[in-house]
Design a protein around this ligand. Structure first.
Ligand SMILES: CC(C)(COP(=O)(O)OP(=O)(O)OC[C@H]1O[C@@H](n2cnc3c(N)ncnc32)[C@H](O)[C@@H]1OP(=O)(O)O)[C@@H](O)C(=O)NCCC(=O)NCCS
Length: 223
């Protein structure tokens, strides 16, 4: 089996895998689009405009992965090929393509997919009642954060991602603060310097927070 980028010639087979897999996995979830709309979407949008990958075995498409920015937009395996690690191979490809992190939505009723994602390090971060998705089905947002990011840095940034605000802490409490240096934001040459500094973050307690490949924050931790 090989994992490779999809070409326009794969679009029709990808749509059929998606339709069979979706029908088998989610029989109770209403479909927002007809079969032909799905086929046209793969042909006109997914393959030409998204980062699409296929798992091919003996010349047959047996799974597909679609990435859209940091999102795993689609991950579907041929129903009678489930449990053969095809999904794992595709998800590993997604992690290689997006080493800084991934996000995805899955329906709450899709227990096998939830177990699969959780087994692969995805963590639930949000649940909705489905009012905002096309199917009207309750769903869950999962995130995967690469181990390449120092966890303590990320967690501390989440705790305190604003500029340093002295006096915030309750008396007697000592929490780390993050002093944002606004100058070091954006796509300019500073970005390159920050990437170098990021490599020594564990040592000197300075760091940068990236989103969509752009430095959003850079600064020093004050204990
Ligand atoms: C979810 C999916 C992509 C996983 O791909 P896969 O090739 O079947 O998964 P793998 O063989 O790599 O991994 C299997 C693991 O996934 C989980 N899993 C996958 N299918 C499962 C099933 N039918 N029942 C229970 N667990 C299942 C288990 O945790 C399993 O772990 P195990 O091997 O230790 O038992 C695939 O089952 C699929 O296409 N499902 C239908 C479409 C779908 O729901 N996509 C996700 C939409 S967000």
């Amino acid at each position: 089996m090989v994992i490779r980028r999809a070409t326009p010639a794969d679009a029709a087979a990808m749509a059929e895998v998606w339709l069979r897999s979706r029908t088998a996995a989610l029989p109770t979830v209403r479909r927002a689009h007809s079969d032909n709309e799905v086929r046209a979407w793969f042909r006109d949008v997914v393959v030409p405009q998204r980062e699409s990958w296929v798992a091919e075995d003996g010349g047959v498409i047996v799974g597909l992965l679609v990435l859209d920015g940091s999102w795993v937009s689609q991950l579907y395996v041929e129903p009678d090929r489930r449990g053969e690690a095809i999904g794992t191979s595709l998800l590993n490809r997604a992690k290689m393509q997006r080493p800084t992190g991934l996000e995805l939505w899955t329906f709450q009723v899709n227990l096998p997919a939830r177990l699969f994602y959780e087994k692969h390090g995805f963590v639930e971060v949000e649940r909705t009642n489905g009012a905002a998705n096309e199917e009207g089905e309750p769903d869950i947002r999962y995130q995967w954060a690469s181990r390449q990011e120092p966890k303590n840095l990320v967690n501390r940034l989440r705790e305190r991602d604003d500029d340093l605000r002295p006096g915030d802490d309750a008396p007697g409490q000592s929490r780390p603060a993050f002093l944002t240096i606004p100058h070091f934001r954006g796509r300019t040459w500073q970005n390159i310097c920050i990437r170098i500094l990021f490599g020594i973050v564990r040592i000197c307690h300075c760091g940068a927070f990236f989103s969509d490949g752009v430095v959003q924050q850079f600064g020093l931790f004050a204990e």
